[in-house]
Design a protein around this ligand. Structure first.
Ligand code: NOJ
Length: 599
């Protein structure tokens, strides 16, 4: 479809789409049997797809997804056009926080399969040219981990207790917690133990659920254990690690009291400040909590960087670090530390052109100072899905979630339209992008989960005040008309979180042959992103557009996103992609286009 000055009708015709993508070698999967030794610094521009194992595909019909289920469905991800998958934890765990409470870092929980199933998954992924990143949870273990059980059984002051942060309580009988820190999931961050004789004992720190005791990363023994754990997975052939709570592992000496500002999100991130003057170098430096972003974490990541460097290939560390400002987050990706850090400032930005432009500029500038690519992300298993979040009309701090009684619930039509426009914008940006399973189907947050189905510890620790994160974790639909939409085999148990009854249209199979579906939009965007080398390109803003419009070039592609109500005149050129069907040559509200304009 060529945009001239005459109105056109409909979305880009599929013939036009094929013209862009067919026969382009960059679109086909790498045929390599193993990826070790190929693709230097692939992570700089990669699209990395997050799989939440319990909600992706269930092979054995128990209602919970598993590793063989993932392996079976990998070809669908190959067709989508992603470069790598990140698997949320599948290691041995009592599942009090959906696997982010690990009881054995070097084994697979029977819920998800076996180590042999993992090896098969890895081999299949590599055969499809897909790299595999696993989740590492070093801030805390499960209370079922042998290290913690031994610590509980040992005396105060013992080497076993020194693995964790045990402290005596305050007050005459030690009845008060050692400090005023609150758990991310609500309630105090300390739990009191009971001595073998039944008397109350010491307290231990848990920044998350009480089933997740924090390790003491000042202890060299802890550091040595984790270097072995890294090697265990690197030896099996993984391409890298997503590092959970990479901003929290080291705490300030003396564990001083701290009261966070009211607008701090659950994971510690605040809200990006929109300043009247757009200055990419402005330092918005909020006070540093004594449990986040301590200087000492960097030494750990430098050591891990060295471990990864011992291995062939191009292995990566990606920080889950809720740190602001971006100039501070960039410290996580200095050349001798991690390769990537999630850009939660971008995820936290509203559907607002000025705010997004500010964050994009700041991100690119901040990461460039350390030679790292920016990353981009809109959804994951901890936040309200962006097909709902972008249409919320009330503040919703990260981690609080939404439910039937939340204020400002989204209009689903507006939400999906904005989500498609936002995804088309994100996938045109230079750097690496993260896609959360189901967003390529346009899935919304599930708002009306029955209370009795909710499982997020946040829901329980806040006495049902915060709904938590279950609404973005509902198992994804594959085929319409099946009991679990093909998530599990025929006749399988209900999925661990109930799926809405009206998801037929979201199912992958329903969207495959529809050129206007969200799945087709993602496939086209990923193919073009690859063939046009957008991930390694450079962004240049285009002058002359209104305040509600984001317009830039990335290589030979012009990207225009209209976030306002006034239609925007489009430049002459070949329309490569439109997030909504265009009925005229002007760009309507909440729509993004990619156009190849004449040089
Ligand atoms: C961040 C993870 O993404 C989240 O799901 C988990 O609850 C916390 N870290 C604690 O591990």
């Amino acid at each position: 479809m060529t945009i001239a000055n005459t109105p056109e009708s409909g979305a880009p015709a599929s013939d036009d789409i094929v013209e862009v993508t067919t026969g382009d070698p960059a679109v086909s999967a790498e045929p390599a049997a193993t990826l070790v030794g190929t693709g230097g610094e692939w992570w700089r521009s990669a699209v990395i797809y997050q799989i939440y194992p319990r909600s992706f595909s269930d092979s054995d019909g128990d209602g919970i997804g598993d590793l063989p289920g993932i392996t079976r469905r990998l070809p669908a991800l190959g067709e989508l056009g992603i470069d790598a998958i990140w698997l949320s934890p599948f290691m041995t765990s009592p599942q009090h926080d959906a696997g982010y409470d690990v009881a054995d870092y070097c084994d697979v929980d029977p819920l998800f399969g076996t180590l042999a199933d993992f090896d098969a998954l890895l081999a299949t992924a590599h055969g499809l040219g897909i790299r595999v990143i696993v989740d590492l949870v070093p801030n805390h273990t499960s209370w079922d981990h042998a290290w913690f059980r031994e610590a509980l059984a040992a005396a105060p002051g013992s080497a076993e207790r020194a693995r964790y942060l045990f402290r005596d309580g305050k007050g005459p009988n030690g009845d008060l917690p050692p400090n005023n820190w609150q758990s991310v999931f609500g309630g105090p961050a300390w739990e009191r133990t009971t001595n073998p004789d039944g008397t109350p004992g010491q307290w231990y720190l848990h920044l998350f659920d009480r089933s997740q005791p924090d390790l003491d990363w000042e202890n060299p023994w802890v550091r040595a254990q984790f270097e072995d754990i890294l090697r265990f997975w690197l030896d099996r052939g993984v391409d890298g690690f997503r590092v959970d709570v990479a901003h929290g592992m080291v705490k300030a000496h003396g564990l001083p009291d701290y009261t966070p500002p009211a607008d701090a999100g659950s994971m510690g991130g605040g809200v990006v400040g929109l300043e009247p003057e757009i200055d990419a170098n402005a330092a918005l430096d909020p006070p540093t909590p004594p449990y986040w972003a301590q200087e000492g974490v960097h030494e750990i990541f430098r050591a891990w960087h060295s471990v990864l460097s011992e291995y062939e290939g191009d292995r990566v560390l990606c920080a889950e670090a809720w740190v602001e400002p971006l100039t501070k987050l960039a410290l996580w990706v200095r050349p001798d530390e991690m390769q990537q850090a999630f850009n939660f400032t971008y995820l936290s930005a509203g559907w607002d052109a000025a705010e997004l432009r500010l964050v994009i500029d700041r991100s690119i500038a901040a990461f460039a100072t350390v030679g790292a690519p920016s990353t981009w992300v809109l959804s994951n298993h901890d936040v309200v899905r962006h097909a709902s979040r972008l249409a919320l009309t009330a503040e919703n701090p990260q981690g609080h979630g939404i439910g039937p009684d939340s204020p400002g619930l989204p209009d689903p039509v507006v939400g999906l339209r904005r989500a498609r426009a936002a995804s088309a914008l994100m996938l045109a940006l230079p750097g690496s992008a993260y896609v959360y399973q189901g967003e390529e189907l346009g899935l919304p947050e599930v708002i009306d989960l029955p209370d009795e189905a909710r499982q997020d510890p946040t829901w329980f620790r806040t006495n049902h005040e915060r709904y938590g994160r279950d609404g973005c974790r509902v198992p994804i639909p594959w085929e319409p008309g099946e009991a679990t939409y093909g998530f599990g085999p025929a006749g399988s148990a209900a999925s661990w979180l109930p799926q809405p009854r009206d998801w037929d249209g979201y199912a992958r199979a329903s969207q495959e042959d529809d050129p206007e579906s969200t799945l087709s939009l993602y496939k086209l965007a990923l193919a073009l992103r690859s063939s046009q080398a957008l991930g390694t390109g450079e962004l240049a803003w285009l002058p002359g557009y209104g305040d509600d419009v984001l317009a830039f070039t990335n290589g030979g592609v012009t990207v225009i996103a209209n976030l306002g109500g006034t239609p925007v005149e489009l430049p002459v050129g070949d329309l490569l992609l439109a997030s909504e069907p265009l009925s005229e040559a002007a760009l309507p509200a909440d729509t993004t286009v990619w156009i190849r304009t004449a040089a």
